[in-house]
Design a protein around this ligand. Structure first.
Ligand SMILES: Nc1nc2c(c(=O)[nH]1)N[C@H]1C(S)=C(S)[C@@H](COP(=O)(O)OP(=O)(O)OC[C@H]3O[C@@H](n4cnc5c(=O)[nH]c(N)nc54)[C@H](O)[C@@H]3O)O[C@H]1N2
Ligand SMILES: Nc1nc2c(c(=O)[nH]1)N[C@H]1C(S)=C(S)[C@@H](COP(=O)(O)OP(=O)(O)OC[C@H]3O[C@@H](n4cnc5c(=O)[nH]c(N)nc54)[C@H](O)[C@@H]3O)O[C@H]1N2
Ligand code: SF4
Ligand SMILES: [Mo]
Length: 743
């Protein structure tokens, strides 16, 4: 018991970023609890936070590199693994060019600071346009809308829930997900507080989700039709003279165009397609208009669908028209402590964002924010010709389970000349790799959230040093990425040296920018003042030149990494404050409410309004508090309990098809089929079936012993990889037509 210690840790699993306390003894973790003194999360924790102990101890978690030898993945040293990569990738680049090497980045690369800061270093060195990520399976539509409206894709308005009186949640289930593009620990507690002060929660969802169950009202909507509903709400606000923008009006371009564009969407015109009565829509619009502190928040369900960008844009249109943008109690813009583009450089104006700068080779899909749609990855591997993908790096991603037509992706991976995965498991995707480089346990690296403070309900900063040191011979993930950057750029050098060069380059550029807090300061002095190495050092630099930073002495009370290390409960900077026009980075210095790109997609919306209800069922997904996409199913604490991978179906539909609870249903999509256990529930609306993604853990060559006991099915065998939301390149993961029968 001599070395029993209490450690503080920000949970790296989901966007809520809860502060935890861990009891440790030697290299083992005991009790994990929510840290009651954390300035941001105040003790909140969910079962996944508790399961970090099992993740750290999981015997299936990779700790040694694997190299394919004679068809088998065998353990190897780090040097052997890097040598193998160098030997195999260098001739591919030499012979076929940089575009022949692709990268796919998965979701945890936004949750681990070493990946967030060093994946870009690797990608810059790789210099290939064949970049794919989970963003186009998720939030890209919102990012495109943010970029066009506000000038940067991460300038995202979030509900100021602690001061709100009406929150409308569309296509999100924070009771299970704990929030997304919205960092909101203890959503339930905050809703209770809102209800206690007379506020209301309304949920618009094809399913009576856990969030709908705690709401004051649930409105069922046909999947994929949120843009119609939102346009009709905007229409009512305009037609009934309820538009009340307030001070923001002078900051808006395109208001008249938006008003004109909404004219056709009277509630009666969209009632059929949305399956929401016109009266309900009118009532909702009036309620939003008449509540002082209100906001409409849309997420996954509104994003990963046919009209993802339009729906994402229209939520902001409604928030603007109702006067709820950038207002306390409405939808606000957080100010993060580091690396937030909208608080860097000159305030209130910027270069804006261009999309569609290049096209994918096979189907001609547009580039979006530097990447190509994930649904294009398989065809870019399969299709011969100049620019064909021959080698692939996957970094913290499991596209075989997360991407439409997973079967095809899996087949395509099998044909690559060379594949490297940086991952913590041998799973459905990484089993195809020739070299697997194990990521660290999340407890073996420091933690700092670069992204999630940008979406947080309060302004705050927290940092966690590693709970355990890495064992001597192992590189951390930033070092792995720096080594790989060296290899693909042909200048293999020690990680530390590469890193020194990079950080010096960054300091130099900051000291040359007039609007930087260290303009014309001495570069060596700044370099010498920095704390730590690798990701820590980058965080220190970013914090100190950030909005709360010490500017290397100019603001002595300001933030430094050392200050955060000394303050394990974090530093609170108070409730969100209005940030417009300062946070804008559009060339005009205004909100571009009617971007031509977005308006050009409206004919597609109006063409669909008369569409008849399909004969098919529409498939949607769901999340469970004890899962995280595809990769926590191997932890006994989370895997236990009722079967999670079931097809939920309304009892009336089930009766018609002769499906009993627990019986096997056969579900057929355009690209594939699954057989799945039936779960009858009136929670899903008639005509809709619901299967969670991230399952299908029965594939040969993977090593997930707990997960494979109850493998479930891969719902993405049913999703059609030929479809995208055209403006964002995002996959369609909700509202997928499928046929259902008894198996
Ligand atoms: N049908 C359907 N499909 C969906 C969705 C849906 O709702 N419905 N959701 C979509 C969404 S929102 C997302 S974000 C994507 C996710 O898509 P992906 O990111 O492709 O998939 P994940 O399941 O998150 O896989 C994460 C991978 O990272 C590995 N990993 C975990 N921690 C670490 C680490 O610390 N280091 C390293 N190197 N690796 C690590 C895991 O082992 C796993 O292989 O799925 C999408 N797919
Ligand atoms: N426990 C847990 N937490 C997670 C994750 C996880 O897998 N498990 N994944 C993380 C990730 S990567 C993300 S992106 C976030 C996502 O977090 P959320 O955005 O909250 O997403 P979901 O929980 O999938 O909830 C989506 C809701 O949209 C509904 N829906 C489906 N189609 C439509 C539609 O067309 N219109 C409307 N209005 N609703 C629709 C679904 O019924 C569901 O209730 O969660 C994160 N947090
Ligand atoms: S809600 Fe998210 S951040 Fe909080 S403990 Fe659970 S997984 Fe971790
Ligand atoms: Mo996601």
């Amino acid at each position: 018991m001599l070395d029993a210690q209490t450690k503080y840790r920000i949970c790296p699993i989901c966007e809520a970023t809860c502060g935890l306390t861990l009891q440790t003894e030697g290299r083992t973790v005991g009790d994990i609890r929510g840290n009651p003194d954390d300035v941001f999360s105040h003790g909140y924790i969910c079962p996944k936070g508790v399961a970090l102990r099992e993740l750290d101890a999981d015997p299936d978690r990779l700790r040694t590199p694997l190299i394919r030898r004679g068809g088998e993945l065998v353990e190897a040293s780090w040097d052997e693994a890097f040598d193998e990569i160098n030997k195999r990738i260098t001739p591919i680049i030499a012979e076929h060019g940089r575009e022949s090497v692709a990268a796919y980045l998965g979701n945890p690369s936004a949750h681990k600071v070493s990946l967030q800061l060093y994946v870009p270093v690797f990608l810059k060195a790789l210099a290939s346009k064949n970049l794919y990520s989970a963003s186009t399976l998720d939030q890209m539509p919102k990012q495109v809308s943010n970029a066009l409206l506000f000038g940067n894709f991460l300038t995202c308005a979030v509900p100021d829930i602690d001061r709100m009186q009406l929150l409308v949640v569309m296509g999100a289930n924070p009771m299970a997900s704990n929030g997304s593009l919205w960092t909101v620990p203890d959503f339930r507690g905050r809703v209770k507080a809102m209800q206690k002060r007379g506020g209301r929660l309304i949920v618009i969802d094809p399913k009576k989700s856990q969030t709908a169950k705690i709401a004051d009202r649930h409105i069922a909507i046909r999947p994929g039709t949120d843009a119609y509903l939102l346009a009709a709400i905007a229409n009512v606000l305009i037609e009934e003279d309820l538009v009340e923008i307030g001070e923001l009006e002078s900051l808006i371009n395109g208001l008249d165009e938006v008003k004109a564009a909404m004219a056709p969407y009277v509630p009666e015109a969209v009632a059929d397609v949305t399956q929401i009565p016109a009266d309900t829509i009118r009532g909702l619009a009036r309620e939003i208009a008449s509540t002082q502190a209100a906001g409409v928040y849309g997420r996954m369900g509104t994003s990963t669908q046919e009209f993802g960008t339009l729906a994402s844009w229209l939520t902001d249109v409604v928030n603007v028209l109702a006067g709820n943008l950038d207002r306390p109690g409405g939808m606000m813009f957080p100010k993060a402590p580091a690396l937030q583009a909208n608080s860097t450089g000159a305030p209130g104006v910027g270069r804006g964002t261009r999309i569609g700068r290049w096209q994918s080779r096979v189907r001609g899909a547009s580039e979006i924010l530097g990447e190509l749609p994930a649904v294009c990855l398989a065809e870019e591997i399969e299709t011969p010709g100049a620019g064909q993908i021959r080698a692939l790096f996957t970094i913290a991603g499991n596209p075989v389970l997360s991407t439409p037509n997973g079967e095809r992706i899996s087949r395509a991976f099998g044909t690559l000349d060379f594949m490297v995965s940086i991952d913590i498991y041998l799973n459905e995707t990484t089993r195809h790799a020739d070299v697997i480089l194990p990521g660290t346990s999340p407890l073996e690296e420091s933690h700092f959230d670069i992204g999630f403070h940008q979406f947080a309900i309060r302004n705050a900063a927290r940092f966690s040093p590693p709970v355990f040191p890495l064992d001597g011979s192992r590189p951390s993930e930033w070092e792995v990425l720096v080594r790989l950057a060296g290899i693909v750029s042909g200048q293999d050098m020690p990680a530390q040296e590469y890193d020194d060069q990079m950080i010096r380059g960054r300091i130099k550029s900051l000291t040359q920018k007039e609007d930087s807090p260290i303009f014309e300061r001495d570069e060596d002095q700044i370099f010498d003042a920095l704390t730590g190495v690798g990701a820590d050092r980058q965080v220190d630099l970013a914090l100190r030149v950030g909005p709360y930073g010490d500017a290397f002495g100019a603001n002595p009370e300001g933030l430094t990494l050392q200050k955060l290390i000394d303050t394990p409960n974090g530093v609170d900077f108070g409730p969100l404050e209005p940030r417009l026009p300062e946070a804008l980075r559009t060339p005009s210095g205004k909100i571009e409410l009617a971007p031509p790109e977005i308006l050009s997609d409206l004919p597609r919306l109006s063409a669909g309004v008369a569409r008849k209800a399909p004969d098919a069922f529409l498939l949607i997904g769901r999340r469970d508090v004890r899962t995280n996409n595809s990769w926590l199913h191997n932890l006994p604490l989370l895997a236990k309990g009722p079967l999670k991978c079931t097809m939920q179906i309304h009892p009336d539909d089930a009766d018609r098809l002769g499906l009993d609870d627990g019986s096997m249903a056969s579900v057929q999509g355009k690209t594939g089929a699954v057989e799945v256990v039936t779960e009858r529930t009136a929670d899903v609306m008639p005509g809709v079936v619901c299967i969670p993604h991230g399952f299908g853990h029965n594939q040969q060559g993977a090593n997930l012993r707990v997960a494979s006991e109850r493998p479930g099915v891969n719902s993405n065998l049913l999703a059609d990889d030929s479809l995208i939301d055209p403006l964002s390149g995002n996959a369609i993961l909700n509202g997928i037509p499928v046929s259902v029968s008894a198996a």
